[in-house]
Ligand binder design. Structure first.
Ligand code: IVH
Length: 686
């Protein structure tokens, strides 16, 4: 085979393979068996191996992923990728329609296209002269990340646009435009998601909370070979910049995209008037559970592009479209009993144990009742039929009781008067919603305290998790957190499922935790209101545990003022809690024992050797970060002398925006706060 023949044969194979790809992944109507497809694919690979110069980016061989990149390049969107306003109920959608008619000065009904709102993440595909050249995430709407290699691995995405057979073919695809940016949703079908999680579970890896997170994780892999192994899919629903393609309506756009080879939902409808929109919304709501992918609502769009242009946009959302969301999913089940859980600080939380029920794909057997007042208000009783709701990934909750089916002899739940764990007294202080167990050596509190003490944000002791904490407390091996440091090998090795090797690992982890800097230890102590941000502020202000103790235990001298109050974020309530903690003899003696055990009680220099770009700067994180957890990112800021805050205000210096950044990003823009992408942030910390 000479070069010319190879070139011809490769073109033929690519076209054929992509056609079969399309039939399989987009049309769901394969013509080849898997084996036949594989055979054709191997032929392509063989020829490309012999003529490597002939490999092109639109070759199906490029769908398998390539060696990892060190980071994503940035892509500026030619036109911004907007977000949508939400409507939560029918009235809000009617108000949307009224606004539009008022704006356009119309009395007649508007034509709308209503589409499913796919629950994935949006992406943009840039086709230059018909070939996929760049694919990017939405990012902050202006700049996204270059995930071309990852998007190429999605078989439903054409690497090359379908071209008309004859230039004048009226029913075939339009002529290939010089520039076409296609926008749509990358998502993971539910079946693929479940299979992926099963595999992960079998390998002992963390499972994804929902298909959306799994899709986001898959798309933002630096190693595209990992993306290739994720069952990702795509639906096209919009365009960005376009040159050489005349489009005058959303409905026409969907048809054109379909002809060009993109997967386009067949659930979209074009209707006249808002009442018809609402009927369609209900229809999609009924279909929701039976769809092979997750949708969290519908998107309603004015069909005419001329009208869309007149309507324009406000605060980064188009006036001509709205996300009409579905209510969170609810299921009905029975309360088996109500129990009270003792938290780390002794707070009792009533929890309903339920007849297990699947809510939005997840088995739910417990739901929080929040606190005594909530429980009273909802009057949940053992034996009741209740509606349980799970919104996103949050803890499920009991929404309401089905009173009509309550048994006549049921009685209201009465809160315990003694702690279910230690049987000590339970008090509810004035002005507090919570009741708490005030016994500082209550085993349930100790268990929670131990877990907190060893957690990543605190002393970061690997292997000190729930099960170990249970056993250490139950067997009386640990009576307070200082006892952790006097555990002996025999103690640990005697625990259930604890091989000698694991026992050694645990003791090593405990030993190495002794060098954690002061701020970590302060966090670990679990002083009320002292989280890692405040712990860091205290540590860098006072430098040693001794100095903090001194500041917290000396009485406040009028002229000098309260040294604690000089620390940012320490208000009177927080100062009171810190004073209470250090004022308690048992806590002070705990500190002595920790010191004797050899724990670091000083703020390590270097940590505060502040990086001038971070020193004193306030960072806020929003959206999901792809290469690190939010906690890790915050820790990096703290370690460089910066501060991490939860909300955007005039004091914020930087907002770091991850995937699907929310209202914090909008606020940052309103206030003119510098917005960093995850990459920019990583560069800064590098
Ligand atoms: S149109 C200007 N159509 O919803 C409007 N978006 O909050 C551009 N989404 O970021 C989006 N399904 O990720 C549109 N059928 C659909 C959609 C859809 C899901 C997502 C998309 C976007 C978000 C808007």
């Amino acid at each position: 085979m000479d070069l010319n023949e190879a070139g011809r044969e490769l073109r033929r194979l690519r076209q054929e393979l992509e056609r079969h790809n399309h039939l399989y992944y987009v049309r769901d109507a394969p013509e080849l068996s898997d084996a036949e497809y594989d055979q054709m694919f191997r032929l392509l690979n063989d020829i490309e191996a012999r003529f490597p110069n002939l490999v092109t980016p639109d070759s199906p061989s490029q769908r398998v992923g390539s060696t990892p990149a060190s980071q994503f390049a940035q892509v500026r969107h030619r036109t911004p990728m907007l977000s949508l306003q939400n409507a939560m109920n029918e009235d809000e959608v009617r108000a949307f329609d009224e606004r539009i008619r008022r704006f356009l000065g119309r009395t007649e009904e508007i034509e709308y296209v209503i589409e499913p709102k796919f629950d994935g993440l949006s992406a943009e595909l840039v086709y230059e002269n018909g070939v996929l050249s760049v694919g990017a995430t939405r990012g902050d709407g202006t700049t996204g990340e270059d995930v071309t290699a990852n998007l190429r691995t999605i078989r439903a995405i054409p690497l090359r646009l379908a071209a008309p057979a004859e230039p004048a073919d009226l029913f075939g695809p339009p002529p290939v435009p010089p520039l076409l940016e296609v926008r749509g949703e990358v998502y993971m079908p539910v079946a693929g998601f479940q299979q992926l999680n099963q595999q992960r579970e079998a390998r002992g890896e963390a499972v994804f909370a929902n298909p959306r997170n799994a899709a986001a994780g898959g798309l933002r892999q630096l190693d595209s070979r990992i993306s290739a192994a994720r069952p990702l899919h795509f639906f096209a629903y919009a365009t960005g910049a376009v040159d050489g393609l005349e489009l005058s309506s959303q409905w026409g756009l969907l048809a054109a995209l379909r002809k060009l080879g993109f997967p386009v939902t067949d659930l979209a409808r074009r209707v006249k008037g808002i009442e018809a929109v609402i009927r369609e919304y209900r229809r999609l709501g009924d279909l929701r559970e039976s769809l092979p992918f997750e949708i969290d609502g519908t998107v309603v769009k004015v069909d005419s592009f001329a009208d869309q242009r007149k309507l324009g946009e406000v605060s980064r959302s188009p006036r001509w479209a709205i996300a009409f969301k579905f209510p969170p999913r609810r299921e009905v089940t029975r309360v088996l009993r109500i129990v009270e859980q003792v938290g780390r600080t002794g707070v009792l939380t009533p929890v309903a144990e339920l007849q297990p029920v699947k809510v939005a794909g997840v088995m739910v057997a417990r739901a929080t009742l929040h606190n005594e007042d909530e429980l009273r208000r909802k009057d949940v009783r053992a034996g009741d039929l209740v509606e349980v709701q799970r919104a996103g990934d949050v803890i499920p909750e009991v929404v309401r009781v089905r009173l009509d089916s309550r048994s006549p002899d049921s009685t209201p739940y009465s809160m315990v008067t003694v702690c279910p764990s230690c049987h000590g007294p339970v008090v509810r202080e004035e002005g507090e919603t919570a009741r708490r167990c005030v016994n500082s050596s209550c085993p349930a509190q100790l268990r929670e305290h131990l877990i907190h003490f060893g957690s990543k944000r605190a002393m970061d002791i690997e292997h000190l998790g729930d099960r170990l904490a249970d056993q250490l407390v139950e067997r009386g091996l640990v009576k307070d957190v200082a006892d952790v440091f006097s555990l002996r090998f025999e103690d640990v090795a005697s625990l259930d499922r604890m091989a000698a090797r694991s026992a050694r690992n645990l003791l090593d982890a405990i030993e190495s935790s002794k060098t954690r800097p002061l701020a970590r230890l302060l966090t670990a102590l679990g002083i009320r209101h002292v989280g890692d941000v405040l712990a860091h502020a205290l540590a860098s202000r006072f430098m040693t545990m001794q100095a903090i103790e001194a500041a917290a235990t000396t009485s406040i001298i009028e002229e000098v003022g309260d040294p604690l109050a000089e620390v940012d974020d320490v208000g009177p309530v927080v100062a009171r809690c810190i004073r209470d903690w250090f004022g308690t003899e048992a806590n002070r003696s705990l500190l002595r024992r920790l010191e004797i055990a050899g724990l670091c009680m000083t703020h390590q220099k270097g940590e505060v050797e502040a990086d001038p770009r971070f020193a004193g700067k306030v960072f806020v994180f929003t959206g999901t970060l792809s290469t690190m957890t939010r906690e890790a990112a915050q820790a990096m800021v703290l370690a460089r002398g910066g501060k991490a805050a939860g909300s955007v205000s005039g004091k914020t210096d930087f907002v770091v925006s991850g995937i699907d950044a929310g209202s914090k990003l909008d606020k940052a823009r309103d206030l003119g706060v510098t917005v960093l992408t995850e990459d920019e942030f990583r560069e800064m910390v590098a």
